[in-house]
Structures are given as C-alpha cells and as structure tokens.
Design a protein around this ligand. Structure first.
Ligand SMILES: CSC[C@H]1O[C@@H](n2cnc3c(O)ncnc32)[C@H](O)[C@@H]1O
Ligand code: ZN
Length: 429
C-alpha cells in the first residue's frame, strides 16, 4: 500500500463542520483511509492555508460542448439548439469530441471537479479522455430520434444501450454508464417504452433532460392530458437510480412523485438563466425530500464548467424563486455540489470519510477575496472561484498539484481545442 497524506489544512467534514486535520489516502485502492489525526503518509501534499474538501460533482454536462463556448449566446433553448448548436454538432468528428472533452476535463480539474455525468455522442472517445485525465464519470450516448427514420432511430437507441453495456466499469471502475434519451419530447413514446425496458434489463440508470422549458412541457400536457413526469413515471423513468436534468417547470404533484420515487434532479441554474428557461423551485423540492445535485450543463449555455460559480448562482436564484433570503442557503448548495451530486450519480464520494473514494480537493483560502474567513462554508458558496483550487485528487491519484495539471498537457489541449473549434465551425457554415 502507498499512502498520500494531505496535511496542514482545515478539513470540511461530512456534517459541514470544519476542523484542523489531515486526510490520509491509499493511492492504490483509491480510498480515504483516515480523516483528522492520521498516520504519516509515504508522500505528502501541502494543504497549509487551505481547506481540504470533497471533490465537486458536475452532475449534468456535455463535455465536448466546450468547443461551442460563445458560439451562440443570448437565445432561448429551442432556437439555440435548432439554428446554432445542432448544425455544428452535426459537423463534429470523433476527434472533435475527444478534443472538446480534453478541454472540459482540464477546466474541471483546475476548478475542483472530480466527478461528472455526461450525455453526448462518440462516447468511446470520452471514455478514453476520462481514463487519461483520471476523473470519475457516468457517461452515456444521448438519443434523439425526432426527425429520423425508423432505422436511424433504432440505431441511435441501440448505440446508447450498447455503449452503456460496453463501458460500464471502464477506467478501473472510474467510468460508469447510463441510458440517456435526450428528453421526453425528442424520443417517441414507443421508443422510450421499449428502450427503457432494455436499460432496466442491463441494470443501468436512465438520465434525460426533463421539464426544462414551457415549450417542452406544454405540448406534453396538451397532447396527453397529464404532466410530463407522470408520463415519465408511466414509462418507468423515475427509478431510484435515475436522474433528470433541470426540473424547472415541475408542479406540486410532480415534486411529490420525484420524492416518492427517489429520482434525483440535477439543478443547472446558469444554463436555466442564460437560456431564460425559468427558475427551478429548488427549495420546494428539497423540502419535499427530493435529492438535488448541481450541474453546469454544456459550456455553450453557461459558459464555463466552474461549479463554484454554479453554487453561487444556485443560492442566489433559489432565494429569488422562493422569495426568501434564507432559501437555498450556503450549506445547501455545498451539499448539492458534493454529496448531492455523488449520490445522484451513484458515486461513493462527495464526503471526506474513511472508506469513501479519495476524491479530494484543496482550496486556497489565502487570498484577498477570501479574507477574513469567518465561515468557510459561506466562502465556498459565495466567494471561492474555481481558480482558488490548489490541488485536485481523484481516486487517490494526484491530477493537479499547485495548479499544474499532471494528467493532461494543458497547453497542447488548449491549442488543439482552438484549432478543432474553428475547423468544425468552418465545416458547418
Ligand atoms: C444528443 S447528445 C446531448 C444533446 O443535448 C444538447 N443540449 C445541450 N444543452 C441542452 C439543454 O439545456 N437542453 C436540451 N439539450 C441540450 C446538446 O447540444 C446535444 O445535442
Ligand atoms: Zn443538458
């Protein structure tokens, strides 16, 4: 056994209290061995002046969309997808996806994210990059069948299920998978019925965009005479391990259903604000017992992958939604970005505790915008930036030390990403 002792800092404990202490990690098994007063490690990682905390979990994103950052701003979802995003994505090669994923993973490692869920295509390339970057991920191929003939639609569904079966457990167990129909309106009822049953046979979760905009919700209500999540429930898409992104336009009956079924909602506040999709009733969902994680969505609707930003947005907009300054408090968003996301994705991480995965980051508190540090949890929610992260560890492996990314060549990734983004846009226009 080889051990790493993260030493000299303050530690964020699972109850969100903060104590001076160390974290001892088994770098081979990738587990936390002890927290607090630990034995010495074979190696040490300096956390002096910093806060040692669980790595953040970005529970809904589309990593290759980093190549589309800033491509089409200031538009609503439907127009944005149909006029701008889907035409360029149609011109993406497998190599573009790889390069966009590399850029996203560099950005996530540099801003303290150690785990994420991703819906996209060319998933084998994304698996490769996760393997190299050292992150933890639940990955899936996003299925869109609207506008496709039967053969193409079936091929898309088969690819999603095949990819999920093939890569579950890849990268030494850091990769897990899910079946990912894009949404309740971009895949037909018959297709969902048949494919969700196949996902259940494989024993994998289902992840989709749900109740994101009124443009998506209203036609379902008009055509079916029932709420979208009642429809999803009838299709077997509200299992305990399932998680849906957004949940903006959910009514009381749907919130109750989510809580009863144990399905998690991934709140994406920046994307919801930027696309003017609406404001999710996060405090209401939490009060009803719904599990909520946090996601950035893709970099084209955010426009970054910094979960500290997302925590701040979630707290701010959550108060507006509830008309209550005590709603979606600092502790709540820190919980959502760590334990909440990890639980939603089925990761044994999001908390610093012996036996949990050693997904750990050190945040530098020695900075003007973090002084004085009366309340570290307040700072995590409202004042810390991704660029304050000093070290990032995932599965016991050091991915970034003193802001140097060790698993990917940051300069080369940035250069390649700029080239691929330009070429993809040129091909699409
Ligand atoms: C078929 S892979 C996933 C697909 O989702 C698109 N996408 C990105 N952001 C959103 C969003 O907020 N709502 C719905 N769909 C979104 C992405 O461009 C890919 O095509
Ligand atoms: Zn999305």
């Amino acid at each position: 056994m080889t051990t790493l002792q993260i030493t000299g800092g303050e530690v964020l404990l699972p109850d969100l209290s903060v104590e001076r202490g160390d974290v001892l990690v088994d770098t081979e098994s990738g587990e936390i061995l002890a927290v607090g007063d630990t034995d010495e490690g074979d190696e040490t990682l300096d956390a002096e002046g910093g806060l040692v905390m669980p790595g953040l979990v970005n529970a809904h994103t589309h990593v290759p969309m980093t190549l589309l950052r800033g491509v089409a701003d200031d538009k609503p979802l439907e127009t944005w997808l149909r006029e701008d995003i889907w035409p360029v994505e149609g011109a993406f090669t497998a190599d573009d996806v790889r390069v966009g994923a590399e850029l996203a993973m560099v950005e996530m490692i540099r801003s303290g994210t150690t785990g994420f869920a991703d819906m996209y295509f060319h998933v084998p390339e994304i698996v490769d990059v996760v393997e190299e970057a050292g992150l933890r991920a639940r990955l899936g191929h996003g299925v869109v069948t609207v506008g496709k003939d039967d053969e193409a639609a079936q091929a898309d569904i088969d690819e999603s299920l095949d990819v999920a079966a093939e890569f579950d457990g890849a990268a030494g167990g850091r990769v897990s998978t899910a079946y990912m129909p894009h949404s309740l309106t971009t895949v037909s009822e018959d297709e969902l019925h048949e494919s969700v049953a196949r996902a259940r046979e494989l024993g994998i979760p289902v992840h989709y965009h749900g109740n994101e905009t009124t443009e998506e919700v209203d036609p379902i209500v008009d055509d079916r005479g029932e709420r979208p999540l009642k429809y999803a429930d009838d299709l077997g898409m509200l299992g305990e391990s399932d998680f849906l992104a957004h949940g903006v336009h959910v009514d009381d009956t749907e919130i109750e259903l989510l809580a009863e079924r144990g399905t998690s909602v991934i709140h994406c506040p920046a994307s919801n604000m930027k696309l003017a999709s609406g404001i999710a009733p996060v405090q209401q969902m939490l009060d009803a017992g719904v599990s909520v994680g946090l996601g950035t969505d893709g970099a084209a609707s955010n426009n970054d992958l910094d979960l500290f930003d997302e925590m701040r947005d979630a707290a701010m907009v959550g108060k507006l939604a509830a008309d209550d300054a005590s709603a979606v408090a600092a502790e709540t968003v820190v919980e959502m970005a760590t334990r909440g996301g990890a639980d939603a994705l089925g990761f044994d991480s999001g908390r610093l505790e012996a036996g949990a995965n050693a997904d750990v980051v050190v945040v530098d508190f020695d900075a003007p915008h973090l002084t004085p540090a009366h309340d570290p949890v307040s700072h995590l929610a409202y004042a810390v930036r991704g660029s304050d992260v000093r070290h990032t560890v995932c599965d016991g492996e050091l991915l970034m030390r003193d802001r140097e990314v060790l698993t990917l060549d940051e300069a080369a990734v940035i250069r390649r990403a700029a080239e691929h983004a330009r070429a993809a846009l040129d091909r699409a226009t």
